[in-house]
Design a protein around this ligand. Sequence first.
Ligand code: MN
Length: 318
Amino acid sequence: MVAKIALEEHCMTPGLIEYWQPTMTDVPAAVADKVLGRLTDYSGERIEIMDRAGITRSILAIAGPGVQAERDPSTAVKRARESNDQLAAQIAKTPKRLGAFAHLAVQDAKAAADELERCVKQLGFHGAMINGHTRGLYLDDASVYPLWERAEALGVPIYIHPTDPVVPAPVLDGTKGIRRATWEWGFETGSHALRLVFGGTFDRFPKAKLILGHLGETLPYLLWRFDSRAKLYGVQLKRQPSDYIKDNIWVTLSGMYSAEPLQCAIAALGRDRVMFSADYPFEDAEGAGRFMDSTPMAEDLRKAVAHDHAARLLGLTS
Ligand code: MN
């Protein structure tokens, strides 16, 4: 087995369960209970499955939407901080196996920036995971600049995780099975990233680091079209959209155990931009591990995708 760092691995802390539960209303209660059990386990089955999958280290993040769904900004700030402290206490029990992305209240970007810095400098976290829009606010909004500024200064990535859109698109109504993780989240999350690219966030913060799951939420497949249409529509950027996508964005597998999009992402973005993740417990981590071990790929590239790129991006030395 090749050694792996897994980057989109979910967990839960007690104060945030009420925000997560509505995301499980369309699955049987017994399944939701089992998932919650796995999300709140930090030392038992989680580590055993990591061992079987060859995952040497998992970077944990709260299963969304977390405090991003909270109406009251001060409550969101307080609960995010509590959650980060609780998560830090959990990972401190097995510090060589677990790391964390900070949970942040984007409603108050200055507070989120301060909390990110506290999490990185005091708790040893590796960046932040943001669960898509925050009650309709996307990360390209000018109010969020303080968070990008701080992330850039700290040199840590921000991972955008899928969430439900503000308003469902009519085209997805009335046909069972095409909403949420099938198609809706990919469009929502890819669009969120394109707002940052086309809106000039990476001109303003050229060293910002963004991570997307699902092998780039279809963006790697469409680079040519983004560049072509940005010209047609007169988009004013310093560089072509594909340049930012290649330079500011990293992508992870997150449950896409499929060779063709993996090869596309590597070919489109470059061999140092694609990283492993299992999306535990929502996907089968052992299946992800077997895929990473066996998908046709040069061995030096396999090692890099599975482990080394993530180690470099997150500054992990062991
Ligand atoms: Mn996930």
